[in-house]
Design a protein around this ligand. Sequence first.
Ligand code: ATP
Ligand code: MG
Length: 601
Amino acid sequence: MTPPNPGPTDGRSNFVRDIVIQDLQTNKYGGRVHTRFPPEPNGYLHIGHAKSICLNFGLAAEFGGKCNLRFDDTNPCKEETEYVDSIIEDVRWLGFDWEDRLFYASDYFDQLYQWAVQLIKSGHAYVCDLTAEEVREHRGTLTEPGKESPYRNRGVEENLDLFERMRAGEFPDGSRTLRARIDMASPNLNLRDPVMYRILHAEHHRTGGKWCIYPMYDYTHGESDSIEGITHSICTLEFEDHRPLYDWYVEALGIYHPQQIEFDRLNLTYTLLSKRKLLTLVQNGHVSGWDDPRMPTLCGIRRRGYTPEGIRAFCSRVGVSKTNGTIEIGMLEHAVREDLNKRAQRVMAVLRPLRVVIDNYPEGLVEEVEAVNNPEDAGMGTRKVPFSRVLYIERDDFREDPPKQYYRLAPGREVRLRYGYFITCTGVVKDDKTGKVSEIHCTYDPATRGGNAPDGRKVKSTIHWVSAAHAVDAEVRLYDHLFSRENPGDDSEGLDFTAYLNPASLEVVTGCKLEPSLAGAPPGSRYQFERLGYFCVDKDSTGNDRSTRQVPLADARGSARVSEPRPSGSGHRDSAAERLIFNRTVALRDTWAKIEKALAK
Ligand code: ATP
Ligand code: MG
């Protein structure tokens, strides 16, 4: 594994990092930096979590500290092992390592219980017999103080007895709670005797049937931080009002006191980052699963072809602040595009093929032209691409009646075939029934091999192509935003977020023709299809076993080579056994998408 970036910060300053630096200077925690990432295992991680992961693991890495992975599994009903496994996989994939520090809040249930007993004994907690409904009624409002529970002044012995019996399973769900005895008149509602334990006769994914009382999140979280010796407990802004409670518990218990620091949640345009809403999309079949490439989940964008490096660069760039905002999704796409630009191999692929016959090219001749694998990285070398008499080009790259400013192929016009020759369109064949162009005829200029004319004449455009006899068939899935509205979570029109699903978020293009080097490309491999964008082999691809495939021969001298004429069709792959599917990760540049759209009209 390549070592991760220095982190979200990349050395960039932000207020959380400033606090850490200051604490190191004042030796507040004896020079330690210890953070944690604390997901609740009730869904898959998304790009918002990536921001938190990068921040927590990144700060630890930057300052020689540690970061724990801790499952905040206090809610037995919604949590599943499936989620735990996916979270472990996703944090690893992002490039972070918790070493031997994988923890579960449920591992601390015994300690939490003992501490609750301690709080009862010190008069800081009591068993309350009010129902959830009554507790709510007693809470008061932002402008009115709450009312004290009639059970608030129970004696310690009675509280201890009742709490013990709650644990023993004597009482039904919801009949009693353990509450912290703080202040029913506090202006902060979180301090109005919050519930610490509830009765829930439910199996827990880790502790099984051992417990029928479960600690609440606020009580569990800070105490777990304390147990693990966390120095900086970094969480999102909605917990700001909970910080006084966080502090109250550790102070009342007299245990080690970590500091909670809140930062802004990531919000993205055209995207929802709520586990509950993402679960709805999965459960109602709006998407194919948590890893649908349109989902903002880490497994979804991984399947789509996003790289950990691109995501980390994005998280670094968005930074952290003390106020919530919304980031343009284009910024995430841009970060991924930038990363892939450096690393992805270029190949030629035709998504909507149009047959081109080069009438003056010898029948049966196959030449191998040399193509650059990545102009950004000479170390990636070159490859040979077969060129022959019948090719496919992109349907969009030909116009019978070219509009103004359309410089690609048209009758009588000459263009360059990338890495190949200049060709001139000499004729058009149309389907009798539909009138649609079914094939075009061209001539080539043998003197222009490699893409330049010895007489210095210029062409206005260069288009990509694939040799028909050698082409690999593929399906390509083009994605657009899952939602058609910038803020799909906005319910001011009284509509549910599913009303804003983009009906055109997935377009499946079949019959695509790829250059033969892509035969057997393994799932997860990423390429730039020249002029089109970045694409990634989908996990649903089958039969892609490179070892049994014949890849084009490289020419020892690195120059053009005339192969033996191949029997017709010999270049075709066994397409029955192989189903190659590509996901479009991101378009190459936004302007290309715009041109494509304009021409489609
Ligand atoms: P949801 O509200 O969708 O259930 P959550 O915040 O409750 O999400 P957790 O599993 O509790 O999900 O999140 C784990 C950590 O990730 C928390 O520290 C949380 O603050 C952080 N986190 C979650 N969503 C975001 C986000 N959009 N941006 C930044 N951090 C986030
Ligand atoms: Mg949460």
